[in-house]
Design a protein around this ligand. Structure first.
Ligand SMILES: C=C(O[C@@H]1C=C(C(=O)O)C=C[C@H]1O)C(=O)O
Length: 448
């Protein structure tokens, strides 16, 4: 683990932004702020016009291996121990906060991070605020925070925000495995399940999109929030995407998770044709079985932290532009131990990886994934999100995303839950449906 804490303690100042200032800056919502950013690349966590954009970096944790969550937690606690936090708003995400992204696997070479930005712009329930943070001994002021925001804004007209610049069209090639090799891995996964001892394994693959012109990260985020506003659009350094799945959200003593498993491509189906999805997805024993594995495993892992736990008997159909999913929202009242509620990272550590992205049983599925995928998942399917100094946080599962490896090359990841009844060709098609959000955001023509 490496971490820089700076020589001075963390200082934070949160101030509400009034409508007049917002109007003058042309920042009415996150989309309009993104539209003004030009070349500034923000940290991002946004959904339905709410969330955060972060700018700059005053300090960061990086770590790897089995201890990455506990090390990050310890680092965050140390940083907070002598922090001076001025926060009149007390909303989740105000005060001290950090964005984070964690590797899927303890064996990954990807560096897990917690990043404390210099400036956070937050949007929640009609309130917009700025939080400035420092570790160099300077005291943030309302003026210095506003100055940082003005410097992040490049001065493009807010009218541009609804029509983000199209990214250049690129070409896509297979990553670690060709399509045929990946289908062979699915066949091997099905065979392993048939032998017994394994119920489900989630197998993923990567593709690489290359571009003649450099890719604009901000325009990817803009497109994702425009097309996939029902999802949580994330951006932490090179990792970007829009996930429909929440590993755990903590608001005070209430924890919530959104479990997805069971997928139907809806490319050619009109919006609102949920009846079709209800019949095909809800009526499929295979899909229901996949979903039940995922819900049961999450509930089992969350139960030790909860004094009360609720989940619906039947999943609902989540309609996204690219696919339908079977979805279940699980809610828990967290139990305190010695007067302390579990931290969001302690919950992340306990819940990750879920059956939705790994399999059941977890250990056996994890071993098979390493053997059959022939790739390092990096941050794909790992936790991505944010946490604050009061114990609140939101951690999504980094799905429907990609890593910008350099300005001309983007690696996309997608996977599918494999059970005994899985058909390799259908699972391959499912990965293409799951690549679609990023391919659309990158403006890559899709002929599949
Ligand atoms: C593995 C992915 O998605 C997961 C697998 C799903 C499935 O197998 O039906 C559905 C949603 C996600 O939990 C992915 O998007 O890459």
């Amino acid at each position: 683990m490496t971490a820089s804490l700076g020589t001075h303690s963390l200082r934070t100042l949160t101030t509400a932004l009034d409508p007049a200032t917002l109007g003058e800056l042309g920042v009415t919502n996150p989309a309009s702020l993104l539209g003004t950013l030009g070349g500034t690349d923000p940290l991002c966590w946004l959904r339905r016009g709410e969330g955060f954009l972060g700018f700059g970096e005053v300090t960061a944790f990086t770590g790897a291996g089995r201890g990455r969550f506990a090390d990050a937690e310890q680092w965050w606690k140390t940083l907070l121990a002598d922090a001076r936090i001025i926060n009149p708003l007390r909303l989740p995400g105000t005060g001290a906060m950090a964005f984070g992204s964690f590797a899927f696997s303890k064996t990954s070479s990807y560096e897990s991070v917690l990043i404390v930005p210099e400036l956070v712009v937050g949007f929640s329930g009609g309130t917009t605020w700025l939080t400035q943070m420092s570790v160099d001994g300077t005291a943030p002021t309302a003026e210095s925070a506003l100055h940082l925001l003005r410097s992040a804004i490049a001065g493009a007209s807010p009218a541009d925000s609804s029509t983000p610049e199209p990214a250049p069209a690129g070409t896509v090639r297979s990553g670690a495995l060709t399509e045929d090799q990946w289908k062979d891995s699915v066949t091997a996964g099905v065979a392993a399940i048939a032998r017994g001892g394994l119920e489900k394994v989630v197998l993923a693959r990567d593709v690489v999109a290359t571009f003649a012109e450099p890719v604009q990260r901000v325009s990817i985020l803009q497109r994702l929030i425009r097309l996939y506003d029902e999802c949580w659009t994330y951006g932490v350094h090179g990792l970007v995407g829009a996930t429909p799945e929440i590993l755990i959200k903590i608001d005070g003593s209430v924890a919530q998770a959104r479990v997805l498993a069971g997928t139907l491509d809806r490319e050619d189906e009109p919006a609102g044709s949920t009846g079709f999805a209800t019949t095909v997805l809800g009526g499929s024993i295979k899909q229901r079985q996949e979903h039940d594995f995922a819900v049961r495993s999450l509930v089992r892992q969350l139960a030790p932290f909860a004094s009360d736990l609720a989940f619906p008997a039947e999943p609902f159909i989540l309609e996204l532009p690219n696919v339908w999913h079977l979805a279940s929202d699980v809610t828990a009242e967290l139990a305190s131990s010695n007067g302390h509620l579990p931290s969001s990272l302690a919950l992340v550590e306990a819940l990750h990886p879920t059956a939705a992205v790994c399999g059941t049983p977890r250990e056996e599925a994890g071993t098979l994934i390493l053997e059959l995928e022939k790739m390092d998942r990096g941050p794909y399917a790992g936790p991505v999100g944010w946490l604050d100094g009061d114990g609140n946080g939101e951690w999504g599962i980094a799905l429907r995303g990609a890593v910008l490896e350099d300005p001309h090359s983007v690696r996309l990841y997608a996977g599918a839950g494999i059970v005994e009844a899985s058909d390799p060709e259908a699972e391959l098609a499912e990965t293409w449906a799951k690549f679609r959000p990023m391919l659309q955001a990158l403006n890559v023509p899709q002929n599949r």
